[in-house]
Design a protein around this ligand. Sequence first.
Ligand SMILES: C[S@@+](CC[C@H](N)C(=O)[O-])C[C@H]1O[C@@H](n2cnc3c(N)ncnc32)[C@H](O)[C@@H]1O
Length: 346
Amino acid sequence: MIKPKDTQAREAFVAAADLQAGTQVLDLGWEGECLEYLRETGALATFVGEDIRAVQKAEALRINGVLSEMPAEVISGVRVVFYKPAQRSAKGQVFEWIDQGFRALEMGGALYLAGQRNRGIKSYVAYLHAVFGNSKRVGRAGRVEIYNATKKQNDPLQAPVDNRMTFELCDLPGSPYSVETRAGVFSRDGLDNGTRLLINCMEVRPTDRVLDWGCGWGALGMVAARLSAKGNATLVDSNIRAISCAKGNLRRNRICNAVTRVVDARFFDLREKFDLIVSNPPFHDGNAAAHPLIEGAFRALRPGGRLMLVVMRPEAYLKHIRRIFGKGNIIAQKNGYVVLHAHIGN
Ligand SMILES: C[S@@+](CC[C@H](N)C(=O)[O-])C[C@H]1O[C@@H](n2cnc3c(N)ncnc32)[C@H](O)[C@@H]1O
């Protein structure tokens, strides 16, 4: 039987790392899948991820999974770190995690880094080398190459990356807003045009309870909270990095009537009900996110409650909105972005 390429890559990693029973391992990638192989070696593995779905996947495999954006604050003194950055990772975020991997290692321990040539592995390895002062290729499976670097000194040879970015937004309802973002969070260098269109269509009443589904650094939720002065906003995202930015932005802007939560919002079962649910949904996930979002919104809205989404390809969303809500409309369109609206009858 021909094995899938990724399986070969995992096996190549396990062979290259030559793990012993009891070796402390930190898994920063492969979303827990490599851990099944690690378990066979008897290694003591911890998976650290930023997305709650990846951590839940690790836990389902009965692997110690921790949700964190700072792995080195969760675990240290490990012998082996391995990391295969996800396909759509931001470069700065990968660099941050290489820094974290260095900090988590004991002296003499090694970080294994895997990736494809056409997906940035060269620049990741250059960074790895700059931090550790050494690196070598130790394995290959199909297009995936595996490198390692050994920790030979206490401090990294290069200062850790600082991916923070700040900007002001002065032309939105309730302005001004001061924003801080980081690499790895959606639209981290400014407000997304789709989000801006949705904000400009949002009618938030002073007592509204608003849910921002997939809040990222918090644009929709911050504006909603300011406009619903006697109501409140709940900002949810599956990614802890996004939530820590959103939380920081609420604090920076002294917005007190808003809370944040890390949840897989496809399955949210929030006891409270909302008057308005807004989202710029994850476009890579297609119907896998769209259907639960629309169905969950229908359940979570009060009588008279509204759902507002901004999307680029409205057909599938609109079809499902009409199936679930009975009706739904396009209320704005600009530069390829479309705002959809549906409401629950009183
Ligand atoms: C297109 S971004 C929009 C971010 C932000 N609302 C904005 O407009 O700038 C979609 C967001 O949804 C989050 N997300 C994706 N799947 C999710 C899920 N199942 N549950 C909660 N959040 C999710 C992503 O982490 C990302 O931050």
